[in-house]
Design a protein around this ligand. Structure first.
Ligand SMILES: NC(=O)c1ccc[n+]([C@@H]2O[C@H](COP(=O)([O-])OP(=O)(O)OC[C@H]3O[C@@H](n4cnc5c(N)ncnc54)[C@H](OP(=O)(O)O)[C@@H]3O)[C@@H](O)[C@H]2O)c1
Length: 226
């Protein structure tokens, strides 16, 4: 049985990851903005009031976990937002919000929880394929692409720094997943369910080792270019 922290678990993919990990017997701590009755009913430890843009809220979470002697085997940082913009209609306040949540959020969280990690711990951070420099063949979505490309750099940096302590870090792309996040996403895609994405992401992190860390992996198991 592993002890796992899932961040951003009010709904969507993180919610499903929390339920699936609990179902298989892991000890799950779900960090939520508000909280979630379904997770509580499933026996998940739910910590509400965790906003990854707030240092105070992240520090409060860590202090509680420290006080309880929690040692984390894995962390899934899933919290994220998507704002659709285009050249000519960029909202720079929203751009900063996306950077704050999608880029600084995972860094703030992992920096804060690193004292709860140990040799052999694993950290999976949800970025996005649209943050791949190589994969960008269409333009658009400035804020989201930039925030996720920078999040990929956060992952690679964390990998180099935390590998020294035997901690493995991975960037994760869930696939095109039917959640609230993608309901207004333009174009036709074959969406997978959040349950399918969660299962693939759990499998990716299960397979994460010091040897294959520092890479960018799809929930279908394949590796993506930075
Ligand atoms: N869905 C896709 O196709 C897709 C594709 C590529 C990458 N991703 C990435 O996968 C992750 C999860 O996406 P999703 O589809 O599950 O989205 P979602 O259904 O919109 O869920 C996003 C989650 O993030 C939480 N959140 C937002 N801002 C937060 C903050 N400041 N602090 C803490 N939690 C916060 C939300 O909480 P509230 O409910 O309180 O707002 C919600 O629980 C995101 O990072 C997204 O960029 C998704």
């Amino acid at each position: 049985m592993s002890t796992v922290l899932v961040v951003g678990a009010d709904r969507g993919i993180a919610h499903c990851i929390s339920l699936q990990l609990k179902e298989r017997g892991d000890d799950v701590i779900a960090a939520c903005m508000v909280g979630n009755d379904e997770l509580v009913a499933a026996g998940v430890r739910v910590e509400g009031g965790v906003d990854v843009t707030s240092q105070e809220s992240v520090d409060t979470l860590v202090a509680k976990l420290e006080a309880d002697g929690v040692s984390l085997d894995s962390v899934f940082h899933v919290a994220g937002v998507l704002g659709l913009d285009d050249l000519g209609s960029i909202d720079y306040d929203d751009f900063r919000r996306q950077i704050e949540i999608n880029t600084i959020g995972p860094l703030r969280t992992v920096e804060a929880v690193r004292g709860l990690l140990h040799e052999g711990s694993k950290v999976g951070i949800l970025t996005s394929r649209v943050g791949s420099l190589t994969d960008n063949t269409s333009g658009g979505m400035y804020a989201y692409r930039v925030s996720k490309a920078a999040a990929n750099m956060v992952v690679l940096n964390l990998h180099h720094d935390l590998a020294k302590q035997g901690i493995s870090v991975l960037a994760l792309h869930p696939g095109m997943v039917a959640t609230d996040l993608t309901k207004d996403y333009p174009g036709d895609y074959d969406y997978i369910t959040p349950e399918q994405a969660a299962a693939g992401l759990i499998s990716d992190v299960d397979g994460l080792t010091p040897e294959n860390a520092g890479r960018f992996q799809h929930s279908n198991g394949t590796y993506l270019p930075w």
